[in-house]
Design a protein around this ligand. Sequence first.
Ligand code: GLU
Length: 489
Amino acid sequence: MTEKRVRVRFAPSPTGYLHVGGARTAIFNWLFARHTGGDFLLRIEDTDQTRYDENALKELIADLKWLGLSWDEGPEVGGPHESYFQSQRLPHYQKYAKQLVETGHAYPCFCTSERLDALREQQKLNNLPSSYDRLCRNLPVAVAAQRIQAGEKHVIRFKVPFHGNTIFTDLIRGQIEYQNRILDDLVLLKTDGFPTYHLANVVDDHLMEISHVLRGDEWIPSTPRHVLLYQALGWEPPTFCHLPVILAEGGGKLSKRKGAASVGDYRDLGYLPEVMVNFLSLLGWSPGEDLEYMEKDVLIEKFTLDRVHPKSAVFDERKLEWLNGQYFLQRPAEYFLPLLKPLWEKAGAPLAEFSESYIVQAIALLKDRSKRLPDFVEFGLYFFKEPETYDEKSRKKYFVPGAEILLDTLIAELELLPNFEAPTLEACYRDAAEKMGKKGGDLIHPTRLALSGLPFGPGLFELMAALGRETVLRRLGAASAAIRIGFPS
Ligand code: GLU
């Protein structure tokens, strides 16, 4: 038997921003397609016109591109199954809804929303689950046809069998069984001729030859309905694979309230797209060895569905930050240039006054201590601007009366140096400390504070060499003068 070609899809409804849960679904589909050499489709499920948001669609596409998840068929790239927007595929859904009515698997329902509301109320009063009472299911076909003829508004409902069970196999959870009697006669086509999610999803997965449906486990209750629809249409269902829920730290579903929850938020917080892909791929999957840092090519090579597990996954922000830091270590400084330039400029750094090699040098010195892109701004602006303040705790410790003499002595020593390279600077500080009867730290900490305003940073002598003699002397002089004047307490 030849294996079916792998064709998977990410099928978002563009009603809001790309949530990390949605991104995780997209990533699993993408990785599976890339691992197997199959196709990854992007299908826009935009049939709920009341919730449609054009901006959200643009953001969503931009976010998927930012993550680097290229699709083989879908918006912008087209493909053999166009359109990939469900709102432009209405004739397909209408055709199959009609077929289901004709084959006795569906029926027109004329119940008004007032009747359905009253029914729900009644069921609530009697502590019954709300479901359609199937009033129109028994209408004689001729009567129904007459009412349609007369222009009466109606929906098309699916005839769910009264008895029996619907069983399907989930690749991750094994066999799942639902009793048919608890499944409602769901609406397939609405009064405006638009399909519901269930009908459109099943029709499109079939027509687009989807082999595997990988989606969040909140869709498990929909699956028996889909399986019944596949059966009624005489189609073979795809393989289902429901991905585990993502929990926030401390429990509960991940949501905007519990910190950032959209992909765009993480981009703005300064995470790299490849880190997001790596991190999200680990929410429900693991390569089966103690490996967390995985670049895209490694993920693609290792990603298999048999290593997806059903256990809920926790979105661990600290791990994300750690992983981002790991990527910073691996990436060359030049990589960060286009990412950091706009951030530094926004913070007021006059980058035009500096050579590219100087900026790259600054990045090289900063990146191993940085975990997110804004760290380069918060802890690195002094490469381009004089420090505006001195860290208060360190200032109180090191910029005390008399410290100006120490700085002046250092200035005098530094002025005499034959060059301003790190080894020369280190030797100079060692000698000066000895001469003054002090420890290295007594000189290093105040110098660092004068140069950067911060109590920590890259190796001091590398930093001094990068800033250059002129800047170093100017900043040491400014700190000395400030100590002389005194700081407001
Ligand atoms: N449109 C659904 C969503 O927004 C698709 C679910 C599925 O993959 O079947 O997630």
